[in-house]
Write a protein that binds this ligand. Structure first.
Ligand SMILES: *Cc1c(COP(=O)(O)O)cnc(C)c1O
Length: 384
């Protein structure tokens, strides 16, 4: 029995889609949990055809197809392409461009995106301009005749600035630019960029979607009628940076709990952000739900649920920040974000030269621990 057919999808609540989109009970065995299909190759029909839909696992695999169907449903997209990492997904979008094309991108976007452009794509003839995408006029001023892609990360990372997706999508349409939004930090539970007129959503599924620090993955989800959909699928299939069947299966298993995880993480992050504001050791706190933040009204519109990340800067500079990151007990000092365990990180030292991240900034990825345990850990460390 099919638990959810495609034409029923729009009627279902997103929380229901998290559990059911792309899944079905196995018709042969009745297994409620999806089987894993590690097979790299699939049998041809007597006439040489492939009526059962799969040929070779780089082209398509049942577990990947289920994952892609789920991701498309969660973001309200037409289709999705799953990749072996978030970086491979980013790269696929950039590979849609041609030598001589120009990219406008969020100034404080994920540092790996900037690193890809600098170290891999300048030699392919792409140029780019980093700009504060919270300022639509600044974006308009950065658009050149050769501009072809507007890459937005909102909330940005680690400063958690909120861009006006609808105004940017409108501006991009006027200039015939593709828009892509890295939605890793918000997740499809808290923000759906396609609903605001964006063409492509990119995720590092390594983060909140995977949620347990045990898989690497990425995805690009496209709006209906995205003209470069066949080119994107070709980059995935011909390029071959595809996830293994087991990782697709594990990711889909994790997505079932995404809603409860992310909402709990966002609620705890907001509590910690508010309390950190009152600490003498803290210089400034960055979280979209703080009333004192710039673009707070915009955050209420795009991200009313908040998000599970926050950052803060410390009085006492870089040395003090590094000391605190090393001294917490419940927060683990490690990179990455979105998992069930809370992480604390000195960002500037991992992002390297050219980062706009202040060197006295710590980023917190808030997990599922008791919020009072997390707060005591922070407070005691800040006082020590
Ligand atoms: C981690 C991350 C990426 C890159 O994803 P990988 O899975 O590590 O390749 C891209 N964007 C954001 C916002 C991220 O946090």
């Amino acid at each position: 029995m099919t638990r959810q057919s495609d034409d029923a999808a729009p009627a279902l609540h997103p929380d229901t889609l998290l559990v059911h989109a792309g899944r079905k009970v196995d018709s042969e065995t009745g297994a409620v949990t999806l089987p894993i299909h590690p097979s790299t190759t699939f049998e041809r029909d007597p006439d040489g055809g492939y009526s059962r839909g799969h040929v070779y696992t780089r082209q398509s695999n049942p577990n990947r197809a289920q994952l892609e169907q789920c991701l498309a449903a969660l973001e309200g997209g037409d289709d999705a392409c799953a990749f072996a990492s978030g970086s491979a997904a980013t790269m696929a979008v950039l590979q849609l461009l041609c030598p001589g094309d120009h990219v406008v991108l969020t100034e404080d976007c994920y540092y790996g995106t900037r690193h890809q452009l600098e170290t891999l794509f300048t030699q392919w003839g792409l140029t780019f301009t980093r700009v504060d995408t919270t300022d639509v006029d600044a974006v308009a001023a950065a658009i050149e005749p050769a501009s072809r892609l507007l890459w937005i990360e909102s909330p940005s990372n680690p400063l958690l600035r909120i861009s006006d997706l609808e105004a940017l999508a409108q501006l991009a349409r006027e200039h015939d630019l593709i828009t892509a939004c890295d939605n890793t930090v918000a997740t499809p539970v808290l923000q759906n960029p396609l609903h605001h007129g964006i063409d492509l959503v990119v995720h590092s599924t390594t983060k909140f979607l995977g949620g347990h620090s045990d898989l690497l993955g990425g995805a690009v989800i496209q709006r209906a009628d995205f003209p470069h959909a066949p080119a994107l699928r070709n980059i995935q299939v011909a390029g071959g940076a595809v996830p293994a069947a087991f990782d697709c299966w594990l990711l889909l298993r994790s997505i079932s709990s995404l809603g409860v995880r992310v909402r709990a993480q966002a609620a705890s992050a907001r509590t910690l952000a508010q309390r950190l504001q009152g600490c003498a050791a803290v210089e400034a706190v960055f979280h979209p739900m703080l009333a004192e933040q710039p673009h707070h009204e915009r955050a209420q519109y795009y991200l009313p649920g908040g998000c599970g990340l926050l950052s803060f800067t410390l009085n006492g500079g870089e040395a003090r920040a590094r000391q605190i990151a090393a001294a917490t007990r419940v927060f683990t000092c490690a990179t990455s974000l979105g998992s069930v365990e809370s992480l604390i990180e000195h960002r500037a030292s991992i992002e390297g030269a050219g980062t706009p991240t202040p060197n006295n900034l710590l980023r917190l990825s808030v997990g599922l621990e008791d919020v009072e345990d997390l707060w005591r850990d922070l407070e005691q460390t800040l006082r020590s």
